[in-house]
Design a protein around this ligand. Structure first.
Ligand code: HGY
Ligand code: MN
Ligand code: MN
Length: 385
């Protein structure tokens, strides 16, 4: 039996977690930040020490390659991400990256000569906290072009393309960076569950069968900015009131019009000019809509758009609903699910087959290769805060 080294794994996770811009208040490591660079350099160093060939692709994905007997054989990939949400958890993404590093260490330490080359991959900007989710995996699989990167902007209007160049990446390097179907034999991602099921039932391993599809919208309501004191209530076209009614309705729309597996979240809201004594001129808020079944997403999307129209008409607001990211629900590969299940049975480890409400780069990689995911419990189901 091959043994991993828990002390080493713990040290890797703790070392990476030092690279954090909000110490004492969760973990924040934004793409291309100094903290991101520190963590990436640590991992690059670990992979180099193992003699792996390292490639940083035009968007900043790190790929560390261990040769197999047949250099032309399709890749076996393990990986995840190290970028975080704001004040996130210690293990989201890092678990899978350290898992990939440890698997490669164990292969080398046990002189295992695989036929296929093995690659650890660290996907850039998985969370979308700055520019948009799954950027690294979408670039790697050809869903995002270098040109598209110019359109992905952060809150300050800086594009990912510019941010990558400022970080020191040559975004325009030519080369075979895009992976096509057939080039990867399989990709496996280890990740924390990010919900309460495994932890509450004390089950050590989750075998993921499907990953929810996601749609992110940005809703902007434009009204008439005015004086908070001098404008009678009957003369207002107040986008904040409109936003409040729509946001309050979203919960019931998801519950009553969606499927039991449909979830809808408003996580971000911004008011302009965002001043105490001014009726806002415009209000922007996001909607994160997910379901394992695309039907749930479609039904709730339709109802929310109807509500936006109704409320905007009633208050004399001008609505704009923009789709900012979309990934299809994905079922993972049966043959990989079976291998994980057989291994758990062989090792007499209790497991649960389950779905993932959280999105992962794996659902993007499913577009070009067979994929599998293994979950480990999140204490109290917490991971994003
Ligand atoms: O949003 C998600 O589901 C993932 O954490 N990026
Ligand atoms: Mn993650
Ligand atoms: Mn996450």
């Amino acid at each position: 039996m091959l043994n991993t080294n828990l002390k080493r794994i713990k040290n890797d996770i703790e070392t990476i977690s030092e690279f954090n811009s909000t110490p004492g208040n969760g973990f924040t490591r934004l793409t291309y930040s100094d903290q991101y660079r520190g963590a990436m350099n640590y991992l690059k160093d670990q992979f180099s020490k193992l003699g792996l060939k390292i490639m940083i692709d035009p968007v900043g994905n790190l790929r560390a390659r261990l040769e197999g007997k047949d250099p032309e054989a399709p890749l076996i990939m393990f990986g995840s991400h190290i970028d975080t949400v704001l004040h996130g958890g210690m293990f989201d993404g890092v678990t899978g990256v350290v898992g990939a590093l440890e698997v490669i260490r164990v292969i080398i330490e046990n002189n295992i000569k695989l036929n296929n080359p093995v690659e650890a991959v660290i996907f850039v900007e998985e969370e979308g906290t700055s520019f948009g989710s799954f950027v690294g995996s979408e670039f790697l699989t050809g869903l995002l072009s270098t040109e598209d990167l110019k359109g992905l902007k952060n809150e300050r209007g800086l594009s990912l393309y510019e941010a990558a160049r400022n970080y020191g990446i040559d975004v325009n390097i030519r080369g075979k960076h895009i992976l096509k179907p057939g080039q990867v034999k399989a990709m496996l991602e280890l990740h924390v569950e990010q919900s309460i099921v495994l932890d509450s039932r004390k089950i050590p391993v989750g075998i993921v069968q499907a990953i929810a599809g996601i749609k992110w919208f940005e809703v902007e309501l434009r009204g008439v900015g005015n004086h908070a004191g001098a404008t009678p209530m009957g003369l207002r076209q107040d986008p904040m009131v409109g936003a409040a009614e729509i946001i309050a309705a979203i919960k019931n729309i998801a519950k009553d019009k969606g499927l039991p597996s449909t979830v809808a979240t408003v996580g971000k809201i911004k008011s302009y000019p965002n001043v105490v004594n001014v009726i806002p001129e415009r209000v922007k808020f996001t909607i994160d809509l997910r379901d394992i079944d695309i039907e749930g997403i479609n039904r709730v999307e339709k109802e929310i758009k109807k509500k936006v129209e109704q409320v905007s008409d009633y208050y004399g607001l001008e609505p704009a609903v923009k789709l900012i990211t979309e990934t299809e629900p994905v079922t993972l590969t049966d043959s990989i699910i079976n291998i994980i299940e057989e291994s758990a049975q062989e090792l007499d480890i209790d497991y649960l087959k389950m779905n993932s409400g959280a999105g992962h780069d794996t659902e993007v990689m499913a577009g070009i290769t067979d994929v599998g995911m293994i979950f480990v419990p999140s204490v109290d189901g917490r991971s994003h805060v």
